[in-house]
Write a protein that binds this ligand. Structure first.
Ligand code: SDX
Length: 374
């Protein structure tokens, strides 16, 4: 076996079929169940998109109403979840809090212990909905308690995006903010075999339960080469401060061989299909909050990175400053990604189970030759 036989990072390896989404780097396009993500972001709610990812079709009006009613009914946090989150140190990263809270949700689910309960498709659909409904409340409560604020209970008269913002900030969002947030959730919802989704599929392939797979996926998403990049983008922009400092900051960072967060992608080499849509949403927020300075800084770093390295932004680049303008704490950005991506993760868990094969690749041994003790 030669080095070229080993696919480091599984780059270029096609590991399985999926009917959930198609990432096409040649055309810079992304389809969810056949629909261009831009069209979904323009016309749909996050709930409709979650339905699409799980069921393969957009909901009819009746299906949508039933789905929304179910999601809204599952929003309030259990007392045990409130207690758990309250007991965790505020010095811990919010991703660790989300991971721990989701793991605990699995311990409440007695149906896992039924014969066949782990792999039952109907039960798993219910679990997916439960996680989708609970994650906003977990993320919002965690940000609030870090700010010394009390929990805000969910409202069942608000859609997913408006309720998420309501629970986080304790006030109904302006429609511009609600719309931009809804767009971000749709764009983050699904992206084929990315590292966290693949992690969920690996865990599922052993016939472990949904909560274990999602908990593991959250761990994979935390790293800055994956979901953690959206908060790292904001840290960089905070460090640079103003547009006129961007070029020098970038030259210094590249000279130190630092990775520039929010740029580059394993699959897209000529631009991330989701960036133009998220950039438009960012533009609306810049106007709403009257923050041209943020836009100038954003564009200065993007231009300099294009000139120096010809590397384009990924979705985390516009979403970082967008979440900042909305008022989220920087460390809450990756938990927002979790709340959205759980729709995709759970769709992949169902797809994996429907046609399962244990995921277990080979390795080429390059350690010491056989030797013996004594
Ligand atoms: C997400 O997979 C998905 O679909 C993920 C995602 C999803 O929706 O699930 O799209 C979400 O994770 C987006 C990516 C977020 N990560 C970042 O923004 C971190 C910064 N980006 C890079 O580290 C990098 O671009 C990766 C990790 C995203 C991709 O890495 P690859 O495919 O392993 O490529 P590489 O690191 O080998 O880079 C190839 C070359 C290298 O230069 P050379 O050694 O060939 O000279 O490009 C350079 C890299 O140094 N490069 C960068 C860079 N990205 C690539 N140089 C500086 N800064 C960067 N951001």
């Amino acid at each position: 076996m030669t080095d070229t036989d080993i696919k480091k990072g599984l780059a270029g390896v096609v590991a399985d079929y999926t009917a959930i989404s198609k990432v096409n780097p040649e055309t810079n396009s992304l389809l969810y169940r056949g629909y261009p993500v831009q069209e979904l972001a323009e016309s749909c709610s996050f709930e409709q998109v979650a339905y699409l990812l799980w069921h393969g079709e957009l909901p009819t009006d009746d299906e949508r109403a039933e789905f929304e009613k179910h999601e809204r009914s599952l929003r309030p946090l259990d007392e045990r979840t409130k207690k758990l989150i309250s007991a965790l140190p505020t010095s811990a990263h919010p991703m660790d809090v989300v991971r721990t809270a989701v793991s605990q949700l699995g311990t409440f689910d007695d149906t896992l212990l039924r014969p066949g309960g782990v792999t039952d498709a109907n039960l798993n659909e219910g679990r997916a909905m439960y996680l989708l409904a609970q994650l906003p409340a977990i993320v919002a409560f965690d940000q609030r308690r870090r700010r010394g604020e009390d929990l805000v209970e969910p409202r069942d008269d608000l859609g997913y995006a408006a309720n998420f913002l309501w629970m986080t900030f304790g006030e109904e969002p302006h429609e511009v903010v609600e719309r931009a947030f809804n767009v971000s959730m749709i764009l983050y919802a699904e992206h084929s075999f990315n590292a966290s989704t693949f992690t969920a599929r690996v865990v599922t392939s052993t016939l472990a339960d949904v909560y274990s797979a999602v908990t593991a996926a959250i761990g994979a998403l935390k790293g800055p080469l994956h979901g953690g990049a959206n908060e790292a983008v904001m840290e960089a922009l905070d460090e640079i401060k103003t547009a006129d400092a961007a070029e020098k900051w970038l030259d210094d960072a590249l000279a130190e061989k630092r990775k520039i967060m929010g740029f580059g992608h394993r699959v897209y080499k000529n631009g991330d299909s989701r960036v133009p849509t998220m950039k438009q949403a960012l533009d609306t927020l810049v106007e709403h909050y009257d923050r041209r300075d943020m836009l100038e800084l954003y564009e200065a770093l993007e231009t300099a990175m294009g000139e120096r390295k010809n590397i384009k932004p990924n979705l985390d680049y516009p979403s970082g400053p967008a979440y900042n303008l909305m008022g989220f704490d920087t460390q809450t950005f990756t938990p927002l990604f979790v709340a959205a991506r759980v729709a995709g993760w759970t769709a992949h868990i169902a797809e994996q189970l429907a046609n399962n094969a244990l995921i277990r690749p080979l390795s080429e041994y390059n350690g010491p030759d056989e030797r013996h003790v004594g």
